[in-house]
Write a protein that binds this ligand. Structure first.
Ligand code: RFL
Length: 409
């Protein structure tokens, strides 16, 4: 390693790349066991603390956060949900999924989860280096991993920091560098592009109903998901090649009014749109999720369409299992659980991908090209599925178990 005055070197037990939900949960769990870690994060603290993404937290993940004492904000401000509503041809199909399985979802925005975890980790003495992008990972072959970050000092000089560690946790999301540090001959990446886009919108308005709404419409899917009492997330299906500039606010509200229209009085409340971006519906899983002493967690290892609202939940579940492997190693010098990390996580990840794929087919009529040709047929199938969801206890239970996140491998 080349060392000069612009390069500093430090050492830790576990170097964590990325201060998203996966990296923060892992760091907190290790901290509870007295295992030393450092998180390096590309963005500033204010950037990660205001990045609005997920909102729906599964039943088991809520219990997990409560069990570990990570849920103060969630307990105060999270909103439990037990019923969702599908709409088609102006009809409502209410699904009381919570009653079916005795569990609930919580709505609590991801940026609040991240704020809570950062505050807790730092208040307990944890170290997060914000605005320190990891630029290189080396030493994996020799089991002496080093992550190099770049940063600027107070005089705006560009400097480098090498962090030597026993283990590296790649929690740096889909666009991070950890995954690409693994030789491609060692891993398989399995992907699916659905050819569907969603315009994801955040509006400063209360939701017209407290339920999560999934509307199946011939112009495409529309969703309404309350985030806080004053902020609502909406989704509009669109071609994935659309740009957010193709969607001026008037067009958004008129499409939402049309696609979310339903029997009874349920007018949408219009107001300022504070964010809009086009998401490409795609899924991706890397197998295995580890190489030598580099272990990936969360979106770095797999992404899932936001349809079933599972990405953050999977990221937290990965961090939980990964922390157990590391704790077993540091307590007993036993690597067996760490070696099994991918094998433990992948069945759950694939089961969740299967649910998301099922839901994509339920709520879109463009889920594959064949269905385009048979739109009338697939419309009837979707209606039949919705009726079955309402009428069959067994069918609804299966949906509820997956949706609430009560299924465990
Ligand atoms: P994150 O949250 O992307 O965090 C990764 C962090 O790594 C940093 N980073 C780097 N740091 C240092 N050096 C580098 N070279 C780096 N490269 C990247 C990044 O700045 C970032 O801070 O990954 P993590 O922790 O794996 O968490 C995954 C979740 O964020 C993601 O799966 C969810 O947001 C997905 N998702 C949802 N998940 C749910 O469980 N429920 C939902 O309701 C839900 N809704 C959503 C969503 C994702 C959405 N978008 C934007 C795709 C709704 C939307 C609109």
């Amino acid at each position: 390693m080349h060392v000069n005055e612009n390069v500093k070197c430090i050492r830790t037990q576990v170097a964590i790349v990325g201060a998203g939900p996966a990296g923060l949960i892992l760091a907190l769990l290790l901290q509870k066991e007295g295992i030393d870690s450092i998180i390096v994060e590309r963005q500033s603290r204010s950037h990660v603390e205001t990045r609005a993404r997920a909102g729906l937290i599964e039943h088991h993940i809520v219990e997990f956060l409560q069990h570990h004492g990570f849920s103060e904000g969630l307990d105060l401000n999270g909103i439990p949900h037990t019923t969702c509503e599908f709409r088609q041809n102006g009809r409502r199909y209410k699904i009381p999924y919570g009653d079916r399985v005795g569990g609930s979802h919580y709505v609590y925005p991801q940026q609040f989860v991240v704020q809570d975890l950062i505050r807790l980790f730092i208040s307990r003495g944890g170290k997060i280096l914000f605005s320190h992008p990891a630029v290189k990972i080396e030493g994996l072959e020799d089991n002496l991993p080093v992550v190099t970050c770049s940063y600027q000092d107070d005089d705006s000089r560009n400097l480098l920091l090498h962090i030597q560690a026993d283990y590296l946790a790649g929690c740096d999301g889909f666009h991070g560098i950890s995954r690409s540090s693994i030789p491609i001959t060692h891993v398989k990446t399995i992907t699916k592009q659905y050819g569907i886009g969603w315009l994801a919108i955040l509006a400063e308005v209360p939701s017209s109903t407290e339920k999560l709404v999934y509307a199946l419409h011939k112009s495409g899917f529309a969703g309404q998901m309350p985030r806080t009492s004053q902020i609502t997330r909406f989704y509009l299906e669109c071609p994935p090649s659309d740009l957010s500039s193709d969607w001026p606010d008037d067009r958004i509200w008129s499409e939402l009014d049309k696609r979310l229209a339903v029997e009874g009085d349920n007018k949408l409340i219009h107001g300022p749109i504070i964010e809009k971006r086009v998401l490409n519906m795609r899924s991706f899983v890397m197998e295995p999720m580890q190489y030598k002493n580099l272990l990936l967690a969360g979106d770095a290892a797999h992404i899932i369409t936001p349809v079933g609202a599972k990405g953050m939940n999977l990221a937290i579940a990965d961090a939980d299992v990964l922390s157990q492997g590391l704790i077993q190693y540091y307590r007993n010098q036993d690597k067996s659980l760490l070696k099994e990390y991918s094998n433990i996580r992948l069945p759950h990840i694939w089961k969740t991908q299967e649910f998301s794929d099922w839901m994509i087919r339920l709520i879109h009529h463009t889920a594959d090209t064949d269905e385009n040709k048979y739109q009338a047929f697939s419309n009837r199938l979707r209606q039949a599925r919705l009726e079955r969801l309402q009428q069959s206890d067994t069918y609804a239970k299966l949906f509820a178990e997956d949706y609430v996140g009560l299924w465990k491998p």
